[in-house]
Write a protein that binds this ligand. Sequence first.
Ligand SMILES: NC(=O)c1ccc[n+]([C@@H]2O[C@H](COP(=O)([O-])OP(=O)(O)OC[C@H]3O[C@@H](n4cnc5c(N)ncnc54)[C@H](OP(=O)(O)O)[C@@H]3O)[C@@H](O)[C@H]2O)c1
Length: 352
Amino acid sequence: MVSVLLTTNPKPNSGFKYGFEFKEQALGQPASDQAVVKIQAAAFNHRDIWILKGQYPAIIPGSVPGSDGVGIVTSETASFKQGQRVLINPGSGWDEDERAPEQDFKILGLLPCIGTFTDSVVVDTKELLPCPEHLSTAEAAALPLAGLTAYRALFTKAKVRAGEHVLITGIGGGVALFALQFAVAAGAHVYVTSSNPDKIEKAIQLGAKGGVNYKDENCISELKKLLNGNLLSAIIDGAGGPLYEQYPRVMRTGGIIANYGQTVRDPAVHFTALAFIKNIELRGTTMGSRAEFKKMVAFVDAHKIKPIVSQVWQGLTEESVDEAVRTMANGEQFGKLVIQIGDIDSPHTPKL
Ligand SMILES: NC(=O)c1ccc[n+]([C@@H]2O[C@H](COP(=O)([O-])OP(=O)(O)OC[C@H]3O[C@@H](n4cnc5c(N)ncnc54)[C@H](OP(=O)(O)O)[C@@H]3O)[C@@H](O)[C@H]2O)c1
């Protein structure tokens, strides 16, 4: 079977420290508590770009990248039928503790965890869940890592409830869009930031009340006007950076900032006197536990949420992977970038 492998030979002029190569690889034998999953589609995360740039911890050349995947079980297992469509939990070593992983936390896409940019993977059956029927193949591939991160940031960490006002930053991002969809489904009033007015408009179509451009130096004053006397209970942020100094101005006492990333070039954050005077909490968050993954997929199923897919490429080829990497590195997307890898006949295989 063909896999993408991380190599120390970056593409010329890419500016990356690492590159991807395509190689034939043998599939390992599953143990009795594992399943072989034939990957139908995989999705990109910004993590893949950080890895190519060499700006991610514990990078191991030879790893098969890819943290998101949907596929079909093709081996005999006690818990899943052959032909069943499943989602793969992108993390392992984290059962249910709300605070942090109980064990050494590992993520698909860096060794020792084989990622999803390949034809088939061997996965512990405890990390698999039946895929909700309403999701297309591309939507299903888009869900796992970003959906899990958004769910934990929003509900476990920021405690967002119906009727509250929430800001979600950088709405073009994969995690941010899930946070928007989940918060709207939970009955919160959602505001967004983006560098692109068209993305703010699309977010409004998805249920946001309004948005501001984070590149505009008056953006927090503009947000204050949009809030019309209301205050934010929560900010869900994957960027970091100088706006943290101003966020307390538009937050209620006891408000929570859940930070899951530092996309900004200079991500340094100022935690001001106003922040502690208002009892504001800054909470870091990373992905989530298996229990949260299960709750997130159940939430998506119950609310029939359809992940926003920006673009789908057909086939795991050098061309499709290069294009997806370029699109994500340039921030051109609105939603997830998906590669359809293969398909097999199954009653649970909807069209893309
Ligand atoms: N902790 C975790 O578990 C976890 C999980 C997933 C991702 N992350 C991290 O979270 C970040 C986003 O990941 P992703 O996969 O969702 O990325 P993505 O799909 O590539 O989205 C990145 C988005 O960041 C936004 N952005 C860029 N500069 C910004 C700024 N100054 N202020 C606010 N937003 C800004 C852009 O939004 P606009 O296009 O709207 O301008 C862009 O679309 C990355 O840093 C990633 O490593 C962490």
